[in-house]
Design a protein. Structure first.
Length: 266
């Protein structure tokens, strides 16, 4: 078969698959507004006119490429009680590397509050030991059902999570305001960026945080956890799983399949 015919058949098969996915049930796709309103005066007509001109005449190729949407939760590594709902808008650069802009919501008013780079296990293993301490493991987020890809058909969402198994993320939050925080200090992104981490045991993330996200976005974290049990055999021991062990109040329980590399070596 010629390359042209093979490409044509592949394209046709892709259309069929995408059409089937489009009519399948989807993961929740509700909205989540920003945590805070930035300090400053309302836009003037002049600013709005400049924005309209920019939309018509300027390029926006980099943000246009952020076409993968994920929502999960992050604790700050140095302050695990500070926990955030994190909306990731990502570009999959290649099979091993993705880059994401983080927001505190998914509406047009959401505030940019961080970045995350996502790499495969293969790339992580090449990193120097000193660098690895910045990268958190992802299996706990996936297998717990906490990480979701809103709006995707169930089958496609499952495949996306399968592709992210054993991956790692390096996340810096530049604006760590939360809804329950008080004071004008949170109306601007002040201070140094904060390194974020992942939740790797049941009971680490505040249940109220998960429940609120699920309610407003139509997500069922428990159902996602159940449907991802076939991914457990794919899980490898990961570095950083125990980095925050014992730093959360209340009891915690292991997430099946989520194991720290150092625990395996001992």
């Amino acid at each position: 078969m010629s390359e042209a015919k093979r490409a044509s058949r592949l394209a046709g098969a892709t259309v069929v698959v995408l059409s089937a996915l489009a009519i399948a049930s989807c993961t929740g796709s509700g909205t989540s507004g920003p945590n805070t309103e930035p300090a400053g005066e309302a836009k003037t007509p002049r600013t709005r006119a400049l924005e309209a001109g920019a939309v018509a005449m300027q390029r926006d190729a980099p943000p246009d490429a952020l076409d993968v949407y994920l929502v999960g939760f992050h604790p700050l590594k140095a302050d695990p009680q500070h926990q955030l709902e994190a909306h990731h808008f990502c570009r999959q650069v290649n099979e091993d590397f993705a880059q994401c802009a983080l927001f505190d919501g998914n509406t047009a008013e959401a505030n940019l509050n961080g970045i995350e780079y996502i790499i495969s296990e293969r790339l992580f293993e090449r990193l120097p030991a000193a660098e690895k301490r910045y990268w958190h493991p992802h299996n706990g987020e996936i297998l717990s059902g906490q990480l979701a890809a809103p709006g995707l058909p169930v089958v496609a969402e499952h495949e996306l999570m399968k592709a992210k198994m054993n991956s790692y993320g390096k996340t810096w939050h530049t604006w760590t305001s939360e809804k329950h925080d008080a004071g004008d200090i949170h109306s601007l992104p002040l201070g140094e960026p904060a390194l974020a981490w992942s939740f790797n045991r049941f009971g680490e993330a505040r249940q109220a945080l998960i429940d609120e996200r699920d309610r407003k976005m139509g997500i069922d974290s428990e159902k996602l956890r159940q449907t991802r049990q076939d991914l457990v055999p794919l899980a490898h021991p990961q570095a950083g799983v125990d980095a925050l062990k014992g730093k959360f109040p209340g009891p915690t329980q292991p997430i099946p399949g989520v194991v720290d590399k150092q625990a395996v070596k001992r």
